[in-house]
Design a protein around this ligand. Structure first.
Ligand SMILES: Cc1cc2nc3c(=O)[nH]c(=O)nc-3n(C[C@H](O)[C@H](O)[C@H](O)COP(=O)(O)OP(=O)(O)OC[C@H]3O[C@@H](n4cnc5c(N)ncnc54)[C@H](O)[C@@H]3O)c2cc1C
Length: 447
């Protein structure tokens, strides 16, 4: 079957619904179709709270039909391919949908095959992820009574890069509240080189890891394998920039609790009980951390079918992600195509908050192209935000733009000290943001 629509939106998640709703609010008579296979729409940012037992999973989900803009046509199917030369989308069931203008917001998927052993152990052996099943994270957290709780993330891009840290703080707080601190050790291992890229949030988070929770941190650690049954995570040490001394921070308890192994020629060597020993690990060292609980963000990327389309970068570090202009969000290859959200190659953190600022730029430029003008509205400045919940009642609202430049909301800044985690920001995370998501963002209100 073949049909055609003026504007076709691929994906009815955060970006797809927001953009379609804004388009239809701006011009009521547009013919907009949204292709989305799922019956359920998820508010993913709340999965951090579900993972810590602070919110029910059911409260993060709504039927997709409730969030579909009334005037949009919902095509309930998977997209299988896009032919941008012919302005044609082919669905999994073989149907073909023509378009005049296309908006791509298909998000990214967990890629459990990208790390050896991950698929086999995810959801078992104390290996959990809020990106996969936050209810299992909460189960694991409650059962974690002694040993090492390892919190980690991949070298690949992920959505909401702060989320692997948030659940770590919530776990540390949970352990403290339940008097389990003396029998447990939370450890953070990341391929990155800093806890956060932007000041003053970096300083505040350093205070939390070093002083509030006393969490040993391993920087430059690339996760390469998980052995779920042995409860061992294998890392390779990445090349380290010169003159850095803080790749293992606050590790004085390492000798006592967080024992790992250097792995050479298929043999394990117990790390000697010297505080500085781990600091000496060189680039390429294969290191194993033993864990009792492990939370990780799996590697993520666009669906395999999308990577093959002419809209995706075919080379370079953003290979497979959609190539869009950093400021106008127009496809770098096709003028009648726009993209937003996780699937794009925008050099900023992939979050729903970022899409809130991307959507008006897509709408403005798409309407300009429809009117025969150039898509020259450079409205997007790389804004993204990460509500870092650091305890069961405090949140640090980290807002930034391209270049890791702080971009705190001027109005909120007048009333709150946004450089510190606070209770009002926690209320915003727990109640304010979900309310705004369902009742304002998805309804097409711009703010
Ligand atoms: C644990 C976790 C915590 C997070 N915390 C925060 C936070 O605190 N703040 C924040 O702002 N963001 C947070 N995020 C990130 C945020 O949820 C995402 O960045 C946002 O949802 C991305 O929107 P999107 O439209 O790009 O993709 P999605 O919302 O994922 O939507 C993509 C849609 O495309 C559909 N789709 C996929 N493949 C196809 C296909 N072949 N054909 C048709 N449709 C398809 C999917 O079904 C889906 O509905 C978090 C995410 C997670 C997982």
């Amino acid at each position: 079957m073949k049909s055609k629509h003026q504007i076709v939106v691929l994906g009815g998640g955060t970006g797809g619904i927001m953009i379609a709703a804004q388009l239809l609010r701006t011009r009521k008579n547009l013919d907009v179709a949204i292709i989305e296979p799922s019956e359920t729409h998820a508010y993913q940012p709340a999965w951090t709270l579900v993972g810590a037992g602070l919110m029910k999973m059911s409260a993060t989900l709504k039927p997709e039909k409730k969030v579909m803009p009334k005037k949009a046509k919902w095509i309930k199917e998977y997209v299988a391919s896009i032919d941008p030369d012919e302005n044609l989308v082919t669905l999994k069931n073989g149907d073909q949908i023509g378009y005049e203008y296309l908006v791509v917001t298909i998000g990214i998927k967990n890629d459990l095959d990208a790390i050896e052993g991950l698929k086999e152990t995810m959801g078992k052996n104390g290996v959990c992820s809020n990106y996969v099943d936050p209810k299992y994270t909460w189960e694991v957290m409650q059962n974690f009574k002694s040993g090492v709780g390892l919190f980690t993330q991949p070298a690949a891009p992920i959505k909401c890069p702060g989320a692997p840290q948030k659940i770590m703080y919530l776990t540390a707080d949970y352990l403290r509240r339940n008097n389990r601190e003396k029998d447990t050790q939370v450890v953070f291992a990341t391929p990155g080189t800093v806890i956060f890229g932007t000041e003053p949030f970096k300083t505040e988070l350093k205070r939390y890891v070093n002083e509030v929770y006393n969490i040993p941190q391993r920087y430059g650690y690339k996760l390469v394998k998980i052995d779920g049954e042995k409860k061992e995570a294998h890392y390779v040490r990445l090349p380290l920039p010169d003159n850095r001394t803080d790749y293992v921070v606050n590790d004085e308890r390492n000798a006592a609790g967080c024992i790992g192994y250097v792995w050479e020629d298929g043999q394990q060597y117990v790390v000697e009980e010297e505080n500085n020993h781990i600091n000496e690990l060189k680039e390429g060292t294969h290191y194993v951390i033993k864990f009792d609980m492990m939370h990780l963000a799996p590697p993520q990327s666009p669906g395999a079918w999308f990577k093959k389309t002419k809209l995706a970068n075919q080379e370079g570090p953003n290979k497979g992600f959609m190539a869009v202009d950093d400021h106008t969000l127009q496809s770098r290859f096709y003028d009648n195509v726009f993209g937003a959200g996780d699937v794009t190659d925008l050099p900023t953190a992939r979050t729903g908050a970022a899409i809130r600022k991307q959507a008006p730029t897509v709408v403005e430029n798409l309407l300009k192209v429809m009117d025969g003008k150039a898509a020259d509205y450079e409205g997007y400045n790389g804004y993204s935000s990460c509500p870092l919940v650091v305890s069961h009642n405090k949140m640090l609202l980290a807002e930034f733009k391209y270049g890791n430049v702080r971009a705190s909301d001027p109005l909120l800044s007048r009333f709150f000290n946004l450089g510190h985690a606070s209770w009002p920001m926690w209320i915003l995370k727990r109640y304010g943001l979900p309310f705004l998501y369902w009742n304002a963002m998805l309804k097409g209100f711009k703010f």
